[in-house]
Design a binder for this molecule. Structure first.
Ligand SMILES: [Zn+2]
Length: 160
């Protein structure tokens, strides 16, 4: 048995998990270095339990967890802000690209014509609807009343 093999087993033997083999005992009887190591380990084992144990305050765990949550939340906020900025920049780039493409290909001129066409369509539709507005109003009133009666029969309690 070598000094290294003894050294590896000192803790286990002192803790009671193992016992010295006859080979180990024979080595320990003749090796002053291993004897001093065993004596040092025994001294440490006697000394450690006498050390005062600091107990953390009762709020230690909750305080640490609150701090962890706060820092995690801040990190997520920073990540979200960066993500939003990236998305906004991407959208801006897309809009600028589409606008640039439309402008360079002459679509913007057609766009102005389309807006004028839509205005004209709205004006014509309004002119056609205006004479029949009382009919539409009465129809809307009847529909609203019908829906109201339906809602009332669905939600009213008739079991009294
Ligand atoms: Zn030894």
């Amino acid at each position: 048995m070598t000094c290294d093999q003894i050294n590896l087993r000192i803790d286990a033997v002192l803790d009671g998990d193992e016992a010295w083999t006859s080979d180990a005992r024979a080595h320990l009887d003749t090796c002053s270095r291993c004897q001093s190591r065993v004596a040092l380990a025994q001294g440490i084992n006697r000394w450690l339990p006498q050390l005062p144990v600091d107990t953390p305050p009762a709020t230690f765990t909750s305080g640490v967890m609150a701090r962890v949550r706060r820092e995690r939340w801040r990190a997520e906020q920073a990540l979200d802000a960066g993500f939003n900025v990236a998305i906004a920049a991407g959208l801006l780039l897309i809009v600028a690209g589409v606008a640039g493409l439309a402008w360079s290909s002459g679509l913007i001129v057609v766009g102005a014509d389309v807006v004028a066409l839509m205005r004209e369509a709205i004006a014509v539709t309004g002119a056609e609807i205006a004479p029949q507005l009382p009919t539409y109003s009465v129809a809307a009133l009847l529909l609203t009343m019908g829906l109201g009666v339906w809602w009332w029969t669905e939600h009213a309690n008739f079991e009294r």
